[in-house]
Structures are given as structure tokens and as C-alpha cells.
Design a protein around this ligand. Structure first.
Ligand SMILES: C=C(O[C@@H]1C=C(C(=O)O)C=C[C@H]1O)C(=O)O
Ligand SMILES: [Mg+2]
Length: 435
């Protein structure tokens, strides 16, 4: 029996119990019921299973998130409550002692949900939770039964190979070069020290694309990355495979990082290793990274009791390698995830330093709205939280895909080199469909 058939049968049995109202209440005075199923030893399945399951679920939104150390995977369908204010989401999660999933767009818009059904996999342990509102319980049970009717269905990975018809970038090289020159002028005038400029490239295909299939391919190719998918309606989704952690919190322990500074990775092993050594000692890249360290430390300063920055190491990916400095801190009591998120996001790795003039420059010059790109996805809960930075990502709408990639611009930046850098970063997604 598949895990989904097992969950379906067990949930239907639990929902049919006459005392469902009492024994699963999250708390006497609250409106919500949680029905939980735990499977301690899930047999090994491929990570793509959860995406192929989502692909077949008619209940939206869909949320998928897998951390880069691959010991936590979340797959959720439906929303019984949505939050557009971080503090409200935080308060709700605290009160009920539950996880909420979602994130923040680059421009700051907040979107968290309490899913109808949330499946969580920690290594071999699986926890599935169904949430119902106590107020109109009879109706809620019917809605859940309708959702459960379909949860044993899993899609096949398509063999279809959509063909590219046209490609169009928001900024061509001339516009890019001009934007970088303007950024460098502003840096010289001391309006800011760094700004991260991005491009958006749209590919139109001869047939619709499956966000689920693309992300499943990416899971196998972009190793050591967070993988995420957010879809509010059929045929539209935002996906990505990002190397960058925004932060991970366990109780008061916070882990974050400065990931910035880039060199090429190719199939030439020796050249790639020379690039690694060059990156570790290149002043422009070290400076680019240092500004991210400064930004994070400054923003966390008054809400931590200690903070420690590790020395630089290399985070190696399929097409690029980055300089990374890990940062550990202990939060003061009472510091919330709402605090952490608003302080850390968007870091100087995706916005710039100082944050305000950099984001204003981006909004004015870049030529498109970033939305979920360079935003963050993850979860909050009273015990822990984890978020990634939504890089190496794409927006899919029917037969169109828009890829996003950016690069940190500092005074020593060269437009040509930065252009090559964003082209290589875009390969994390483009490499999945451009032969
Ligand atoms: C902005 C992006 O990446 C960021 C910029 C980097 C750089 O400029 O060296 C490196 C890693 C990321 O923090 C992106 O991938 O779009
Ligand atoms: Mg760079």
C-alpha cells in the first residue's frame, strides 16, 4: 500500500469518529482541530514523489519546501487560514503551537498559511496533519473527505519535451551595462556601497510546462540546495533550487550566513579548482561578501547576546561556486521570527548596503518586479524556523517560464564579468530545459 493510500484510509477513519470534536482539539478555547498521523519508519521513497503527488492534487495552494541538508521536507495543500501580517502569523503559530508555511516577497509582502493538509518528512519519520475549524465542523469534515478522496493519486513524470519558441530578457547587455555604470557612480558618490542587480529572462514554449516535473529534475541536479514550489492556482507556480540559507533557528540558536562572491564551475576539474583558489583570495569578491557579513551583523546587533562569524569557505554548485561565511548567534529572550525575518531579509546578498537606498535603486532601474525572486520561503513554529533565500528561481505560467538571476555590484565591478556571472547562475534553472 502506498503511503498516500495509508494516509487516506487512516484520516477517513479518524474523521468518522463521533468524538472528533473533543480529542483532537489544539486547545480548549481555540477554534482549531488538528488530526495528526505519524509514521515512524517510512520506507525509502524518491524526493520527487512528493512533487508528483502535488501535481495530481486539485486543492490549492500548493507549497513544497525541502531544506538543503535534506532532513526536512514539507508538502502542503489547501489553506484554512492565510496571514498577510507577519506578527499575526507569529502570534497564531505561538498560540496553537504549530507550523505555518510561507514567506516574504522581495518587496516585503507577507504570505503565510495554515495548510489544510501538511505532510512533513524528517528523515524517515512522516507526520501528516489535517486542520479543521471547529465552528462549522460538519462542513469542514465534508471538505476534508472530498480532499482525501484524491490524495492517493500520484502523477507520472512526463516524457514531453517542450520546445522553446522565443526568448526575451528584460535587460539586454546595453541596458545592463548602463545600469551598472549608474550603480558604480552612486557608489562613488557614497549613496550606497553595494547593490544587487538582476535580470529576468522569459522563454516561451510550444506547450505548457510542468513546474512539478522541472523541480523534480532540479532536485536530482542541483544538489545541496533548498528546493521550493509555491502555486496558488493551476498552471502558475514559482519554483527554485537555492544554495542560500536566510536563517535557521532552534530555540534561541540562530544560524545564518553571508553567501556572496562567485566563480565558475565547469566540467574542467583543474580549471574549477583554480577558480576556487582565485575566489578565496580575490579582493573584489571578498569585499562583496564582507558587506553581507556587515549587513547581517548590524541588523542583528541589538537582539543577540553573542554572534560569531566563521572564516570563508566555498559552497560548490553545479555551475558556480560561492564564497560563504557561516554566522552563528544566540538570540535574546523574546526575539521572535517576525523580528528575525524583518531584520535579516533582504540581506546585502540580494539587495545591497545600506538596504534602503539599494532597494530604491533596484526598484527604479531593474525594469521588473521581483516578487518571490530574492524573497524567502520556509516555516515558523515556536520551537524552530528555517528560511531560504529564493534564488536560482523561476516563475511558470502556462507555456512561459521567467528565470531570475542577479549579481552584487560594488565599485570594482565590471559589466561584462557580472553579465557572465548572472548567465551562469541562470543555468541552475535554464540547464533543466536548454539542451
Ligand atoms: C542574487 C543572486 O545571487 C547572490 C549573489 C551572489 C554574487 O553576486 O556573487 C552570490 C550568491 C547570492 O547571494 C542570484 O542568484 O540571483
Ligand atoms: Mg558576485
Amino acid at each position: 500500500m502506498s503511503i498516500f493510500t495509508e494516509l487516506k484510509q487512516r484520516f477517513i477513519t479518524l474523521l468518522s469518529q463521533p468524538n472528533v470534536r473533543q480529542f483532537n482539539c489544539l486547545s480548549d478555547h481555540l477554534d482549531w482541530i488538528k488530526i495528526e498521523i505519524i509514521v515512524e519508519q517510512l520506507e525509502s521513497v524518491q524526493d520527487s514523489l512528493w512533487l508528483h503527488w502535488l501535481k495530481q492534487q486539485p486543492t490549492f495552494p500548493h507549497f513544497f519546501w525541502q531544506n538543503r541538508s535534506n532532513n526536512l521536507l514539507l508538502a502542503a495543500i489547501g489553506a484554512v487560514k492565510t496571514f498577510s501580517h507577519l506578527e499575526c502569523a507569529e502570534q497564531f503559530s505561538q498560540q496553537l503551537g504549530i507550523k505555518l508555511v510561507g514567506g516574504l516577497k522581495f518587496e516585503g509582502e507577507c504570505q503565510f498559511i495554515l495548510p489544510r493538509l501538511c505532510i512533513e518528512k524528517n528523515l524517515q519519520k512522516l507526520t501528516a496533519c489535517l486542520y479543521l475549524n471547529k465552528q462549522n465542523l460538519a462542513e469542514e469534515i465534508q471538505t476534508c473527505l472530498a480532499l482525501l478522496a484524491n490524495i492517493d493519486k500520484v502523477a507520472d513524470e512526463t516524457t514531453a519535451k517542450p520546445q522553446i519558441i522565443t526568448t526575451n530578457a528584460v535587460n539586454d547587455f546595453d541596458v545592463w551595462q548602463n545600469n551598472i555604470q549608474q550603480a558604480i557612480d552612486k557608489i562613488k558618490q557614497q549613496e550606497f556601497r553595494k547593490v544587487v542587480l538582476a535580470n529576468a529572462t522569459t522563454f516561451i514554449f510550444n506547450q505548457p510546462l510542468s513546474a512539478y516535473d522541472l523541480l523534480a529534475i532540479s532536485q536530482r541536479k542541483n544538489l545541496g540546495c533548498y528546493h521550493f514550489l509555491w502555486s496558488e492556482q493551476p498552471s502558475q507556480a514559482f519554483i527554485g533550487s537555492s544554495p542560500e540559507r536566510l536563517y535557521k533557528r532552534e530555540a534561541l540558536q540562530l544560524r545564518t550566513e553571508a553567501l556572496a562572491g562567485t566563480a565558475t564551475v565547469t566540467s574542467d576539474v583543474e580549471q574549477t579548482d583554480r577558480n576556487r583558489l582565485w575566489l578565496l583570495s580575490d579582493q573584489k569578491n571578498i569585499y562583496e561578501n564582507q558587506l553581507v557579513v556587515d549587513d547581517i551583523c548590524e541588523h542583528l546587533e541589538d537582539c543577540v547576546t553573542q554572534i560569531n562569524v566563521n572564516s570563508a569557505e566555498i559552497k560548490r554548485l553545479h555551475n558556480v561556486q560561492h564564497l560563504r561565511r557561516k554566522i552563528q548567534a544566540t538570540l535574546k529572550d523574546q526575539v521572535s521570527d517576525a523580528d528575525c525575518l524583518t531584520r535579516i531579509q533582504p540581506t546585502a546578498a540580494v539587495a545591497g548596503l545600506p538596504r534602503l537606498p539599494a532597494t530604491q535603486f533596484i526598484a527604479k532601474q531593474e525594469g521588473f518586479e521581483r516578487g518571490w525572486y530574492a524573497g524567502t520561503f520556509g516555516y515558523i513554529s515556536p520551537q524552530s524556523a528555517e528560511f531560504c533565500v529564493n534564488l536560482r528561481s523561476a516563475k511558470i505560467q502556462q507555456n512561459q517560464i521567467t528565470l531570475y538571476a542577479g549579481a552584487g555590484i560594488v565599485e570594482a565591478s565590471d559589466p561584462e564579468t557580472e553579465w557572465q556571472e548572472i548567465e551562469r547562475k541562470a543555468l541552475a534553472m535554464a540547464g533543466l530545459f536548454v539542451a
